[in-house]
Design a protein around this ligand. Structure first.
Ligand code: EPU
Length: 302
């Protein structure tokens, strides 16, 4: 979708918003799949209510993009514009055991920065790609920890109320790869309370997690992490592997040879290829195990 109305184009810089016309979502997502649209890069949180008022008044549909690491975007010219926060920097401010982090901050860099300041707890998240906002929205976790445990406050744009609000951690529910945020809420900043640990001890934990990840996941390949959530008491990767589906392909969309719950873009995969592969694997798992796999990856299809 292209913003052509000169009224809107002229208003954007006044709101501190940069317009990048015809951006490719394939370049903004870890799966490297997705069509093109106008990208609006937001520098000031305060401008968001005004920006959305402007877009809504002019019937410009939009979606919020985080780090693009858990996302499957449709092909072709996209029927909405994409909004993305730009970290205003500094994106992490420490105050005792509290880390105030901008949602646009890179997750790995945030974990490292906190570690260097003797704040731990998030060792498992070191190799998870994406932004802190994206991790927060889906309650990202690995190796026995999840980010929600450490959340004390969240600043977000509440789409339903059209305003910026601050929620305390106990107003938010964090479950396995799920939170109580509305789908169109936009994460802006978070305060984490992290346990004190020596950098040496944190580094040791990070090394162990990195080693486990390297030995079991296709890190160098284009993927969105795990495609499916694990059903209670079961492992999606284990079931898919047991069915002998590693290497199964539709076009260049392929079930990873390394970890069966990672589907990789082995070249020029399209969203259509990836959707067909996901549907096929889902059906086979359902037939064999009677289990309905739930997507972890978010679809931007409509
Ligand atoms: N397994 C297989 N074959 C495979 C993959 C896994 O047999 O191809 C078996 C493993 O041997 C193991 C079991 O399945 O016995 C579980 O595998 P793994 O330890 O790799 O964990 P997972 O449940 O597949 C989860 C998260 C990962 C996270 C790891 C480590 C989900 C959906 N996935 O994977 O998170 O990194 O644990 O904590 O919860 C993500 O969410 O995108 C993600 C990568």
């Amino acid at each position: 979708m292209r913003i052509e109305d000169p009224k809107i184009v002229a208003a954007l810089p006044e709101l501190g918003v940069e317009l990048r016309p015809g951006s490719s979502l394939a370049e903004l997502t870890s799966l490297a799949i997705g069509g093109t649209t106008d990208l609006l890069r937001i520098r000031k949180h305060e401008a968001i209510p005004e920006l959305l008022k402007l877009l809504d008044a002019n019937c410009v549909p939009h979606k919020f993009l985080g780090g693009g690491s858990n996302l499957l975007v449709k092909d072709g010219e996209l029927p909405w514009v994409v909004l993305q926060l730009v970290a205003p920097g500094p994106d992490v401010v420490l105050d005792g055991n509290f880390a105030h982090v901008d949602a646009a901050a890179d997750l790995g860099r945030t974990v490292t920065y906190c570690a260097k300041n003797d704040l731990g707890g998030m060792e498992g998240l070191i190799g998870v790609p994406g932004t802190v906002g994206g991790a927060l929205r889906m309650n990202a976790g690995a190796y026995g920890m999840q980010i929600g445990t450490y959340v004390r406050e969240v600043k977000l744009y509440r789409a339903a109320e059209r305003k910026i609000e601050t929620l305390s951690g106990d107003q938010i529910s964090f479950e396995y790869r799920h939170t109580s945020f509305a789908p169109n809420d936009m994460m802006l900043a978070v305060t984490l309370e992290l346990p004190s640990k020596s950098f040496k001890e944190i580094l040791q934990g990070i090394r162990i997690c990195n080693e486990k990840r390297r030995s079991s996941q296709p890190l160098g390949q284009k993927s969105a992490g795990c495609i499916f959530k694990n059903p209670p008491g079961a492992s999606a990767g284990h079931m898919i592997d047991e069915l002998g589906l590693k290497g199964l392909s539709v076009g260049d969309a392929r079930v990873s040879d390394r970890h069966a719950n990672f589907f990789v873009n082995a070249g020029q995969a399209t969203a259509k290829d990836m959707h067909s592969l996901i549907a096929d694997v889902k059906e086979r798992v359902h037939k064999a195990f009677g289990m309905e796999l739930e997507n972890e990856v978010v679809f931007w299809s409509a």
